[in-house]
Design a protein around this ligand. Structure first.
Ligand code: FUL
Length: 610
């Protein structure tokens, strides 16, 4: 027993439920519903259950792939915004029970629960509070309905074993135009009762938070804490969600949810857009490596299988991570420090390299800046450094440097970073060295560091990029548009190859653009690319109308109208296919409604598919 007192916990600390979740590191999202069969990202609730008919659904294919490639759990969209239930709910007929799949006898959630158990994966449930089908949505009765469904899934599919319940912030009108006021406290109480080990995800926790974007990136500074009282599901500052708060009062670490493809649901035309290995590695280092968990979405296709291309990418990711982390050059190496708590062996720097997560190096209470040197014993090639704070005692380190010892014995800086928390994994330039130094330059309380590891990631071959030639666009002309703000945001930007935007006049909607394509094309559809940057995302368009015509003053034939789904959180190019292709020289894009209630509209680009 040590004679020196251990440091006192500092600020909010994780619960054991949160720690168990954090140790999982990576798990997967499965987005699957009627959208898989309609090609949409948000179903509107009018889809017939008849269309849900996967030809070869096999949860064992999903789970064996996931466990083989290092995933620890799987979260299924038991019900997405369209209201279609992947289990035969006794509270609605809008479910698999009304579909032709397995003659209405099937149960996707049940099959997944069984298969997950078989492959050693934990099960998570996504149950969308927003329900665009349920007639009672928007009334007190809906809260009862939702609670019944919650009880039903948590009871039928192994409550005790469920590791996460995922609450979506997306909320709008239901089928009768009413919005719901959700009974969050009741929902949470039901989960605590029936799934006591599950963490609850939302913009505001209570256990884990959304990371503020859907492109796979926790902040380079990432505090595991925020102030929950300032947020509610669907109402949170995305910058704070991303970086957390240095003095946050609640322990609420982020989950990075991101799809392996552009959309959340499988669309065959995205089979060639599965993220590259390079991109997946970035996502991994910017999530697991920034003290978040990674929830990577793998959407099954209409067969009910995870596509071969997605599977290959997961195996590649696993290979690189295995090669990188199989060897830790620092493990069991000797370590010294500028300060070690009470000079007591219990808090010695050798705890950094003992491979034991119960021990840590700590300094005296009044020491907030300190350094530890790890002697590697021989020259090693290093380009990845992995650190862990002993988060049972809170998050403390604010800034630090990593240094390496060169051939002349001089210390050189390898990297500087902010925040560590549960895990900080840095990719650095490659150095060959026999010693490394962790130099903590600022902390909120005496640092308590559990682990220092050094690795080498072999080079990853980058696939060649294919540049598409946008044939024909050269002769296009914008012949009408409402006046632009200034030259930088000119209407021509909407059809140019450049990154610039068209920003309409700052007057009430609608706004429109009329384009002369120079010659007639058989138009099969169009693509609206919204602004991707935060500043302009306010100009994203949510509802559109698309007209064509064959003379400049009569572009009046309405060939498509509708809404762009999930455009704020996932600002992807929106591809709209016409029901029937049409031959025309002119098109008119009308921005009918703004996604964020602004007056102006923004277009990064408009393309037609011909
Ligand atoms: C969002 C939803 O609107 C998307 O469709 C998707 O489910 C994503 C994970 O969360 O808020």
């Amino acid at each position: 027993m040590s004679k020196v007192q251990a440091p006192k916990p500092f600020g909010p600390c994780p619960t054991s439920r949160q720690l168990t979740w954090q140790r999982m590191g990576m798990y997967s999202f499965i987005h699957f519903t009627v959208n898989t069969f309609t090609g949409r990202e948000w179903g509107d609730g009018t889809e017939s259950p008849e269309i849900f008919n996967p030809s070869e659904l096999d949860c064992d294919q999903w789970c064996s792939l996931l466990s083989e490639t290092g995933f620890k759990g799987v979260i299924i969209t038991a019900k997405h915004h369209d209201g279609f239930c992947l289990w035969p709910s006794q509270y609605t007929t809008h479910s698999v029970a009304s579909s032709p799949w397995r003659n209405g006898q099937g149960d996707v959630v049940g099959e997944l629960a069984k298969s997950a158990r078989k492959y050693g994966l934990k099960l998570g449930i996504y149950l969308s509070p927003w329900d665009r089908h349920e007639p009672c949505y928007g009334s007190d009765a809906y809260n009862e309905h939702f609670k019944n469904q919650l009880r039903e899934v948590l009871t039928n599919y192994g409550g005790d074993e469920i590791f996460e319940v995922w609450f979506d912030g997306a909320c709008a009108e239901g089928p009768n135009g009413r919005r719901q006021i959700y009974a969050w406290d009741d929902y949470i109480a039901i989960i605590r009762e029936l799934a006591p080990h599950a963490v609850i995800f939302s913009d505001a926790g209570p256990d884990i938070r959304w990371v503020g974007n859907e492109h796979g990136e926790a902040g380079a500074t990432c505090w595991s804490k925020i102030n929950r009282r300032d947020f509610a599901p669907g109402h949170a500052d995305t910058a704070i969600l991303n970086a957390g708060l240095i003095n946050g009062m609640d322990w609420l670490p982020p989950e990075v949810d991101v799809s392996i493809r552009p959309g959340w649901f499988n669309h065959p035309h995205e089979d060639d857009q599965v993220h590259s290995l390079e991109r997946l590695l970035d996502i991994w280092y910017h999530s697991v490596g920034r003290s978040a968990c990674l929830n990577l979405n793998l959407p099954p296709d209409t067969r009910g299988l995870i596509h071969e291309k997605d599977a290959i990418r997961l195996r590649e990711l696993k290979l690189v991570l295995d090669r990188t982390f199989a060897v830790d050059f620092a493990v069991r190496c000797s370590a010294t420090a500028s300060n070690s708590r009470g000079n007591d062996a219990a808090f010695s720097p050798s705890n950094l390299t003992d491979g034991n997560s119960a021990t840590y190096w700590a300094t005296d209470d009044d020491v907030f800046a300190a350094e530890a040197i790890v002697e590697l014993g021989e020259l090693q090639k290093v380009n990845v450094i992995s650190l862990k704070e002993h988060t049972e005692l809170g998050q403390r380190v604010a800034t630090f440097d990593i240094e390496w010892r060169d051939a002349e014995g001089q210390w050189q800086r390898l990297d500087s970073a902010t925040t560590i928390s549960f895990s900080r994994i840095l990719r650095t330039p490659t150095v060959v060295t026999d010693a490394l130094k962790l130099k903590i330059t600022d902390a909120l309380a005496c640092p308590c560091i559990e682990q220092f590891s050094a690795h080498y990631q072999p080079p990853v071959l980058v696939a060649p990029k294919i540049i598409h030639d946008r044939q024909g666009k050269i002769d296009w002309k914008v012949i009408a548009a409402d006046s632009e703000l200034d030259e930088r945001h000119a209407k021509e930007n909407a059809i140019s190859e450049k990154d610039d935007l068209w920003i309409s006049a700052d007057t009430p909607y609608p706004h429109e653009l009329v384009v002369d394509m120079g010659t007639s094309w058989t138009i099969e559809g169009f693509v609206y690319t919204p602004p991707e940057d935060r500043e302009h995302s306010f100009g994203a368009v949510s509802h559109y109308r698309f007209f064509v015509g064959n003379s400049a003053d009569q572009v009046n034939q309405l060939v498509a109208e509708g809404s762009f789904d999930n455009i704020i959180n996932n600002p992807l190019p929106q591809t709209i296919r016409l029901d029937v292709p049409v031959l025309a020289r002119y098109f008119r894009f009308v921005a009918v409604e703004s996604a964020q209630s602004t007056r102006f509209a923004c277009v990064k680009s408009l393309d037609v598919m011909a």
